[in-house]
Write a protein that binds this ligand. Structure first.
Ligand SMILES: Cc1cc2nc3c(=O)[nH]c(=O)nc-3n(C[C@H](O)[C@H](O)[C@H](O)COP(=O)(O)OP(=O)(O)OC[C@H]3O[C@@H](n4cnc5c(N)ncnc54)[C@H](O)[C@@H]3O)c2cc1C
Length: 394
């Protein structure tokens, strides 16, 4: 296949599909190419198979970027309510799980099918299993050498995502193309990812694997999240940890509060005054999972009646519960990370069209750009909004 198109979009993920749909609706001839065998694979596996497709409350603070206001233009022009309206038009049932996070009642496959139907209706062409080996700029736009043959287009949209989950086909393609055209790429790192610990910490964490605390407060510097936390065989995971991983850097400590809503020292003193015969772990188990309560009591050599514990010891135990300072030794990396922090430097892009300021006709959208959302549907909303914005401009 060779051909001449108004628009070629590379990468049929959330952002690429949305962009191809919008450009097609505007009467552009659109070719969407994807190197994997199926489109929208991350949508399919997202949100535990139910796709947390957006959030009811989208604010600038929910996004991390070298320029925190860059994303606002696209997010305000194509909002969460626009995407919800699309989902409703397709009769896809959804619910709010927690913190404004919207999930499909059924399968995330419904979102992929919805986008593919929209693409068909917009007369966009999707080609799977396509490799693009070279991109050149010319007077008329761009020429691509691909496994389909030679492709020409006036506008080229790079929507190939970030580096997370290489097993699913993630590549650094967008960064390579950005560099080819002289655009800056900010350093990338795995984000929304479980944190790992050295063997000394793992000694006490490992036996707790599988235990969840909800909510825990996890802080790094001035940023903190009150969400569920999970002990694992390699360290800590769960929403609160994934969220803080986007802010954590090597050698930083994180501070974990297992009972953020409780003054634990006051609670322990009250319990001692009320019934000094009860064991510490019995008191703790009223507020924490039993195995965790037991581990904390044993870890402080305090498997004894609470009456035997001085104020000083109760203070140490309270701090271990609500001000537990830990230094992760790393993260699980791109293998399991939900997103990639960093990417195409927003300074080089026009915030309305996502077009490279120095390369007319070349657009970058979605996760490839240095805009990273919190956990909670924000990353898909950025993909929909940035895809929509580029789709209006190409
Ligand atoms: C396990 C998991 C769960 C997630 N759950 C959620 C969630 O519930 N809510 C949420 O908001 N976010 C979630 N995310 C994040 C979300 O999936 C991404 O932020 C979003 O998919 C980014 O959209 P994108 O279109 O920019 O990139 P992608 O969806 O990654 O799409 C990029 C596409 O480009 C293709 N591609 C890559 N390189 C090339 C190349 N060289 N040539 C051709 N094609 C190429 C890829 O195969 C892929 O199809 C989750 C991520 C993971 C990994």
């Amino acid at each position: 296949m060779t051909g001449n198109f108004d628009v070629v979009v590379i990468g049929a993920g959330a952002a690429g599909l949305m962009c191809a749909i919008e450009a097609g609706k505007r009467g552009r001839s659109v070719l969407l190419v994807e190197h994997a065998k199926a489109p929208g694979e991350k949508i399919r596996i997202s949100g535990g198979g139910r796709c947390n497709f957006t959030n009811l409350d989208v604010q600038p603070k929910n996004f991390i970027s070298g320029n925190p206001s860059f994303a606002l233009s696209a997010l305000r022009r194509y909002t969460q309510h626009d995407f919800i309206a699309l989902v409703d038009r397709h009769g896809i049932a959804w619910h709010e799980k927690t913190l404004g996070q919207l999930f499909c009642d059924g399968s995330s496959r419904q979102i992929v099918d919805m986008l593919l139907q929209e693409l068909r209706e917009a007369a966009g062409t999707l080609e799977l299993g396509v490799t693009v080996s070279r991109i050149e700029k010319n007077d008329r736009g761009f020429n691509l050498s691909s496994s389909l043959g030679s492709l020409d287009c006036a506008a080229l949209v790079i929507a190939t995502g970030g580096l997370s989950i290489p097993k699913m086909g993630a590549t650094g393609f967008a960064y390579t193309i950005a560099k080819q055209f002289g655009l800056k790429v900010t350093p990338t790192r795995a984000a929304l990812v479980p944190l790992t610990f050295d063997p000394r910490e793992l000694d006490w964490m490992k036996p707790l694997a599988g235990i969840a605390v909800d909510p825990a407060r996890v802080a790094c510097g001035r940023t903190s999240f009150d969400e569920a936390m999970l002990f694992t065989h390699r360290g800590l995971s769960g929403p609160a940890i994934l969220q803080i991983s986007s802010y954590w850097r090597e050698d930083n400590e994180i501070v974990v509060s297992l009972l953020p809503a409780l003054d634990v020292f006051a609670m322990l003193r009250a319990a001692r005054a009320e019934n000094g015969k009860q064991a510490l772990q019995t008191v703790l188990a009223l507020h924490l999972p039993r195995r965790l309560a037991q581990a904390i009591a044993e870890g402080h050599d305090a498997d004894c009646p609470i009456a035997d514990l001085s104020d000083k010891r109760l203070r140490v135990i309270a701090d271990a519960i609500n001000a537990c300072r830990l230094i992760p030794n790393g993260s699980e990396g791109y293998r399991t990370a939900e997103v990639t922090l960093g990417g195409i430097d927003t300074d080089g892009l026009d915030q309305k069209s996502l077009m490279a300021k120095s390369v007319p006709g070349l657009h970058f959208i979605g996760e490839a750009v240095d805009v990273t959302g919190w956990l909670g549907g924000y990353n898909f909303q950025w993909a929909w909004s940035s895809g929509w914005a580029a789709g209006q401009a190409v």
